[in-house]
Design a protein around this ligand. Structure first.
Ligand SMILES: [Zn+2]
Length: 361
């Protein structure tokens, strides 16, 4: 085994094998399957340092102590494409040369890949666009610290792009994070996203290794993301449900608030949908309640009738300040596409003081 990078205290290491990149640490060992023509030279140490931070920082401190980045930026934007609505909307807003990369769980789970595969086959057949698939089990890392299988941090959803940034010649990495997760705190209260520790931590760190953090849909909602996907003709191809084949199970939260917008049937009485509607604050509150209003489901949330009077119209408009998060090399095309699809949120909109559950904190 060929050790590429090891921590000075030897608590983690990166190893290059013929077909795999292996990451060892206190949690054990996880891997990424390498593309066929991948070479050891593609593994710049900066990429491995930042990937380590993204994967272990909740539990291991001081990973980046004494490290000085040297990587220069590549030339292309990359997108972490999950096959769901938000990242598909990003793809539609981003330039055609964007490298599309999918993280594929290497182990069996409740989460199904066929929705994503259906989209990827369609993109290949109709547009000649290739989606690179990187198989990994890195979502197992956090189980060592007794957390459920999943991403260690939000940025871990882009680990495959960070690790392979030199192989794909990347200059930036895009994530499908809508306004629900950026300018709204927990989906129901306005905040200035550019001042959050999230943005102030990750954006400069990625920039320091020649990778701009790109959030193409930071200023639009999940609802606008659905509209963009529909407008591009992918509404009948995409499904956000991870539990069943297209058009989805009809019984999960995603089927309620995302697939429902695409015209796919859902059962309002399904257990998960009822459970999330019954939570206070409501799960993904602004979007869910906007959709409750659109579908006139107010009878499902009798204690929230006072919210009927709130002006939700900004939900399908865009927040112009989000364009400032984009670097100049990619901003104009994304901004033009969003301005083409949606109106700006007016300056006197309720959005700037939005708080659906003031008693919740
Ligand atoms: Zn579903």
């Amino acid at each position: 085994m060929d050790v590429v990078l090891e921590s000075p205290t030897q608590d983690w290491s990166w190893n290059f094998r013929r077909k795999k990149l292996v990451f060892n640490g206190p949690f054990g060992s996880v891997f990424w399957r390498l593309p066929r023509d991948f070479k050891r030279e593609h593994l710049h140490p900066d990429l491995l340092y930042v990937a380590t931070e993204v994967l272990l920082s909740p539990w291991v401190k001081g990973i980046l102590d004494g490290w000085v980045p040297t990587r220069k930026h590549g030339s292309l934007p990359g997108l972490s494409l999950s096959g769901g609505i938000d990242s598909t909307a990003c793809m539609e807003l981003m330039p055609k040369e964007t490298v599309l990369v999918y993280h594929r769980r290497s182990f069996k789970s409740l989460l199904k890949h066929h929705g994503a595969d259906r989209l990827f086959k369609y993109l290949q057949r109709t547009r000649g666009r290739r989606v690179h698939s990187i198989m990994s089990n890195h979502e197992k890392i956090r189980t060592f610290w007794e957390k459920p299988t999943g991403f260690s941090t939000d940025l871990a959803a882009a680990t495959h792009l960070i690790l392979f940034a030199d192989y794909f010649d990347l200059r930036g990495i895009a994530l499908g994070m809508p306004i629900d997760n950026t300018y709204l705190w927990h989906g129901y209260r306005y905040r200035e996203f550019s001042e959050t520790s999230w943005w102030r931590t990750w954006a400069p760190l990625l920039e320091s290794i020649g990778l701009d953090l790109l959030l193409p849909i930071a200023g639009i909602s999940e609802a606008s993301a659905v509209h963009i996907v529909q407008k591009s003709g992918l509404g009948k191809i995409v499904s956000s449900c991870l539990r069943a084949k297209h058009p989805g199970c009809g019984r999960c939260w995603k089927c309620f608030h995302k697939n429902g917008m695409l015209g796919h049937p859902y059962d309002i009485d399904a257990r998960e949908i009822q459970a999330f509607l019954g939570k206070r604050p409501v799960r993904t509150a602004t979007h869910a309640l906007w959709w409750v209003g659109e579908q006139n489901h107010w009878d499902q949330v009798p204690d929230l009738h006072h919210l009927k009077e709130r002006d939700f119209s900004w939900w399908v408009k865009h927040h112009p300040q989000a364009f400032d998060l984009l670097p100049n090399w990619i901003r104009p095309s994304i901004q033009a596409a969003i301005e083409d699809a949606t109106e700006p949120i007016p300056e006197d909109s309720e959005f700037y003081t939005w708080n659906l559950f003031p008693d919740a904190e």
